[in-house]
Structure formats: structure tokens, C-alpha cells
Ligand binder design. Structure first.
Ligand code: FES
Ligand SMILES: [Fe+2]
Length: 437
């Protein structure tokens, strides 16, 4: 591997950060291990003994809630001969039995049973053979994060200015809570950072989503959601921000000058659901309807959670050139059912129809990056203005088409990748869980 700091320069990055398997392997420990990684949302495990399977980089995990309500992130890896212990996506279980030779674990990770126990050495103790676990967990407004790095900053410190922006997203729900529901799964043949570059990229919608914009214009006309990218997006007041630690923010709200509900494209059942809400909510109906369309923000929590519209996207690296992208529908807890049905219908609008544009382009980028002789990827737009963009809160905000958020996350990436992190695992009972909010 070349010295990393030659690969990330102020105005450009080297192709190998997207193509080099050594860089990818280092990322799987230093970033997807050394940093706080988003694992799941508490609403996916509402009851004691609920579980779901997740990943931290390449490490398969079982996230469990034990019978007392405690959270655990167990490595989904049998302590005997390494088989995956749980194949289900989610469910309720007090025990997990490995299919290979029957070792059985509690949902706290203890080895509770093994068949034919005769013959093991005298110093073999079940207590030493539980499932290894993620040693540090943290939650923020129901979002569960984990790190293998005992020296990592606190979760609140790691999130920094992204924390209040998560609050804003969650507080659109009447109860101040969200529910993460099921997801749509996509996979692309490209490096995971292509999705990360794109998440802070306000330059691409005008072009990458051109067919969507034209359809939008032809069928519905006027100022509909996404029309803010039709022409000269930098004249709309929309901006991008580098929030530090790799987190990024794109605020599209200044681009729409009327109610988000009014600018939303028609979706199946829109009028009927709106009528139900108007009947049941009377004068408050307009405010209730505003919970249905997307938030008009793109908040990216490094390294693997994108909060957009009314959904979460998780970025799940598979190989240096293959990534899974899951789009999780987020419901507003406490809102009328009609609002949440509309949120689902609206989630079928842009993410379902728009994401394939992006994924197709990620694959085209990966194809272009294969040319070894053409080495650099340009990220210089707005570079000369960076110093002027830092506000009193220390956050750099810039016109939405500038590439500052990308440069910012890559600086954080470089710092993590250049650091000396020590990764550890824990046994049952040794885990800490911090509640950041
Ligand atoms: S590999 Fe799990 S019991 Fe043998
Ligand atoms: Fe896009």
C-alpha cells in the first residue's frame, strides 16, 4: 500500500482507495471496527428476547435484547468451529443453537449447553467459551452503535453536531420516537465509499436523476420535490456541511418554498388518506400531513448510516468492489396510521426509483477506476472557498454543489486509517453500553 497521505490530497484522491484490497482490509479494522458503527435501531427489538442479525464491516453479528431488556451485540460465530450460529434476519429467541454440532448459547452470549460433554479436557469451562461480543455499545435516540475500540471517544463526542440533527429527524414524530420497519435491499458492484461520496454530493441530482426530473416536470409540473435541482441549485440556498468525524449534511429544505406535503408527487391513495386525516385531525390536519413527506435532509453518519427523506440507508461493504445498500423505512411513532402508510408510499417514490440511478453510476465509476494509468479522482469544487465557509459553530457550510463534505469525510477517513487502533472483543458480562441521548 502506498503511504496513505499521498492517496488523499486536498483536491483529489487516488483511485486505489476504491480498488486496493489492502486498503479495504485496513478499513474493515480501522474504520468498521475502530470507529462507532451503526448496528440497528432499538425499535427493531422492542421486546425482551427479540433479536436481529446485522454486520460490523465483514463481521456478522446477532443484536439481542435479553430477558431483562439489556442489549448485546454478539459475534455470529460459534465458539466451537466458527459456524454462523443464527441465520434468521430477526425474531425472538432465548437460545441460539449452532446447527453444526449443537453448541447452544443464551441471548446474553453464554455457552449454556453442549451435547455429549464427556471427553473435554479438565480445564475446559463453559464460561470461557461463550460467543465473543462487541465490547462497547452506545445508543442515541434509539440508534444502536458499537465499536471494538476501547479508546474511541464517547458516542456523543463522536456524533458531535450530527447529534442535534438526528434529534430533528426523530422529533418529527409526535412521540419523539421512530420505528424502523422493513427494508429494500440493493447491491452494487462498487466500493462502499462511492455511496459515501454520493451522500454529500449536491452536484449530481441535476444530471444523474435527469430522467426522474423530466418525468416529474412532464407529469406534475411546477415546484415538486426534486425540482429544486432542476437548474442552478446553488441559487436556492441549499447547502452542504462537513460535520467532522466523517459525518456530512446536505440541507435541501431552503430549496422548497412551500409545504413539503404540497410539493410531494402523487402516490397511490394520497387523496383518500389525506381526507381521513383532515376528518380526524380537523384544524391540525395540515401539521399532521407535514409528517408524511420526507425530511428534505441528507444526514450521513460515518461510516455506514445515511439518514434521508423518511428512511435510513445502511452501507454494508462486502468486498473492495461490492457493497450492499439497505433502505429502511422509518415510521413516525404516535402519528396516525394514514401518515405512516403515506410515508411508505412516498418511500417508494424517490429512493425506490432514484437509487438505481445512483447505483448504476457507482458501477460506472468502479469500471472507470479500473484504469490503472489514470490515477486521480477530482474533488476540488469549492476548495478555494473552504476557509470562508466555517460558521461560528465550527461547521463548514457551502453551496450545495461544492465538494467540501466529501473532502471533509476523507480527511476523517485518513485520520482513522493512519491511527494505531487496538481492537478488542468482550465476553458476556464485560460489555459497556452508554446512552448518549
Ligand atoms: S461449529 Fe458450532 S457447534 Fe461446532
Ligand atoms: Fe442521487
Amino acid at each position: 500500500m502506498n503511504a496513505l497521505d499521498t492517496l488523499v490530497q486536498p483536491d483529489r484522491v487516488h483511485r486505489s482507495i476504491y480498488t486496493d484490497a489492502d486498503v479495504f482490509n485496513a478499513e474493515m479494522s480501522k474504520v468498521f471496527g475502530g470507529a462507532w458503527v451503526y448496528l440497528a435501531h432499538e425499535s427493531q427489538l422492542p421486546d425482551p428476547n427479540d433479536f436481529l442479525t446485522s454486520r460490523m464491516g465483514l463481521r456478522p453479528l446477532i443484536i439481542t435484547r435479553d430477558s431483562d431488556g439489556g442489549l448485546h451485540a454478539l459475534f455470529n460465530r460459534c465458539a466451537h468451529r466458527a459456524s454462523i450460529v443464527c441465520q434468521a434476519e430477526c425474531g425472538s429467541a432465548r437460545r441460539f443453537q449452532c446447527s453444526y454440532h449443537g453448541w447452544t448459547y443464551s441471548n446474553r452470549g453464554d455457552l449454556v449447553n453442549m451435547p455429549y460433554p464427556e471427553g473435554y479436557p479438565a480445564d475446559f469451562h463453559k464460561a470461557d467459551h461463550g460467543l465473543a461480543q462487541v465490547p462497547r455499545l452506545g445508543t442515541y435516540r434509539g440508534l444502536i452503535f458499537g465499536t471494538l475500540n476501547l479508546e474511541a471517544p464517547s458516542l456523543a463526542e463522536w456524533l458531535g453536531p450530527a447529534g442535534p440533527l438526528i434529534d430533528g429527524f426523530v422529533d418529527r414524530s409526535p412521540s419523539g420516537r421512530i420505528e424502523v420497519r422493513n427494508c429494500q435491499r440493493m447491491i452494487y458492484r462498487g466500493n462502499w465509499k462511492l455511496a459515501w461520496d454520493n451522500a454529500g454530493d449536491g452536484l449530481h441530482p441535476t444530471f444523474a436523476h435527469r430522467s426522474f426530473l423530466i418525468l416529474n416536470e412532464r407529469q406534475h409540473g411546477g415546484a415538486r420535490s426534486l425540482s429544486q435541482f432542476k437548474a442552478s441549485p446553488d441559487d436556492t440556498g441549499m447547502y452542504g456541511a462537513d460535520l467532522g468525524n466523517g459525518h456530512m449534511f446536505v440541507d435541501q429544505r431552503p430549496g422548497l418554498h412551500q409545504s413539503f406535503w404540497e410539493t410531494q408527487r402523487p402516490v397511490p391513495g394520497r387523496e383518500w388518506y389525506a381526507e381521513q386525516i383532515e376528518q380526524s385531525c380537523g384544524d391540525g390536519a395540515a401539521d399532521v400531513l407535514e409528517m408524511a413527506p420526507g425530511s428534505m435532509i441528507n444526514l450521513s453518519i460515518f461510516p455506514n448510516l445515511l439518514i434521508k427523506g423518511n428512511h435510513f440507508e445502511t452501507v454494508d461493504p462486502v468486498t473492495v468492489a461490492e457493497t450492499r445498500l439497505h433502505t429502511w423505512m422509518v415510521a413516525a411513532d404516535g402519528a396516525p396510521d394514514e401518515v405512516n402508510v403515506l410515508r411508505m408510499r412516498i418511500a417508494e417514490d424517490f429512493p425506490s426509483l432514484g437509487n438505481p440511478d445512483d447505483l448504476e453510476l457507482f458501477e460506472r465509476c468502479q469500471e472507470g477506476l479500473a484504469i490503472a494509468e489514470v490515477e486521480w479522482v477530482d474533488m476540488s469544487k469549492g476548495l478555494d472557498h473552504e476557509a470562508e465557509e466555517v460558521d461560528a459553530d465550527g461547521v463548514a457550510r457551502a453551496p450545495v454543489t461544492y465538494e467540501g463534505p466529501m473532502r471533509g469525510y476523507l480527511r476523517a477517513w485518513l485520520e482513522l486509517m493512519s491511527s494505531d487502533v487496538k481492537l478488542t472483543t468482550a465476553a458476556a458480562g464485560e460489555v459497556t453500553c452508554e446512552v448518549a441521548a
